[in-house]
Design a binder for this molecule. Structure first.
Ligand SMILES: C[S@@+](CC[C@H](N)C(=O)[O-])C[C@H]1O[C@@H](n2cnc3c(N)ncnc32)[C@H](O)[C@@H]1O
Length: 268
């Protein structure tokens, strides 16, 4: 996108995490500032593009698994710019009655999502901020679209790491997890600092601090703790490449990257 195409109210000189992610995935919905910031991250983490692609693959595989196992309702917080095989397409393919709510706080994501994702009456898009999860759950549109008495899944893929404060992030995840009924599910992936720590992680966080948001990559224990009280489906919380892989992969499980998992609320 050229800077002239920026919608009113958007400063194209300030990178956005959504457009940087779009750039990693090979999309075209990004400005020069996004590409420049993303390239600096790629220099630090040559695997950044692969991690983004694998994170997206993890999301698709997780949604397919849940839809095939009978979950028909999804609240996807931190939707991102539309790409190939978005949540509603994957869910609808597995379950024609699937209903999806997309939630994001980035104005450009909302414009694209409304144009491309809400192309189906079973899908809605709302503006919402993960840092106010109650407002998302109590949003009248969400209340009308999702039956909270029936199993639903909350999707938090590559978004909780944009909440910098550790206690706040844990509180948000716990709030959403506690709203899930028996048979409900949480799909979560998160930037991982690696088990040995790395200067590149701190440098990448500095780059993200110059965006509209901030990035906090966390340790394994913290990410695993987000699934507290849920039953983890196999293979648990692992590097996204290693979650039910379609292809052979060759990564160090302790290296910085992204950890992902799917947790189910036990049916009592
Ligand atoms: C890295 S993208 C991930 C997209 C998608 N979930 C995926 O995993 O492929 C992160 C998305 O979260 C959104 N986001 C960041 N902070 C947010 C917040 N506080 N509330 C809602 N959305 C947020 C960004 O605008 C962006 O669209």
């Amino acid at each position: 996108m050229s800077e002239e195409q920026a919608p009113p109210g958007i400063d194209p000189k300030i990178p956005s995490v959504a457009r940087m992610y779009d750039y990693y995935l090979g999309g075209k919905d990004n400005f020069a500032s996004d590409r420049e910031a993303a390239e600096r991250v790629i220099k630090l983490f040559p695997r950044a593009r692969d991690i983004a692609r694998e994170n997206r693959a993890f999301l698709r595989k997780a949604v397919r698994l849940l839809a095939r196992s009978g979950i028909e309702q999804f609240i996807d917080i931190g939707t991102g710019l539309p790409t190939a095989e978005n949540v509603h397409q994957v869910a609808l393919e597995a379950s024609p009655d699937a209903r999806v709510v997309y939630v994001d706080n980035d104005p450009i994501v909302l414009v694209h999502a409304r144009a491309l994702l809400a192309d189906n009456p079973q899908t809605i898009v709302i503006e919402g901020d993960l840092r106010d999860p109650r407002a998302i759950i109590e949003h009248p549109g969400v209340r009308a679209h999702i039956d909270f008495g029936k199993p639903f899944a909350v999707i938090l893929c590559a978004v909780v790491h944009f909440v910098e404060d550790d206690a706040e992030a844990a509180g948000i995840v716990a709030y959403l997890r506690d709203r899930l009924p028996p048979g409900g599910a949480m799909v979560l992936s998160h930037g991982f600092r690696g088990d040995r720590g790395s200067d590149s992680v701190d440098e990448a966080q500095k780059i993200y601090s110059q965006t509209r948001g901030a990035l906090k990559m966390r340790d394994r224990e913290t990410i695993v703790s987000y699934f507290s009280g849920l039953e983890l489906v196999e293979p648990g919380v692992v590097q996204v490449e290693a979650w039910r892989p379609d292809f052979d992969y060759d990564i160090d499980p302790s290296a910085p990257g992204g950890l992902g998992g799917v947790g189910l609320v036990p049916r009592t």
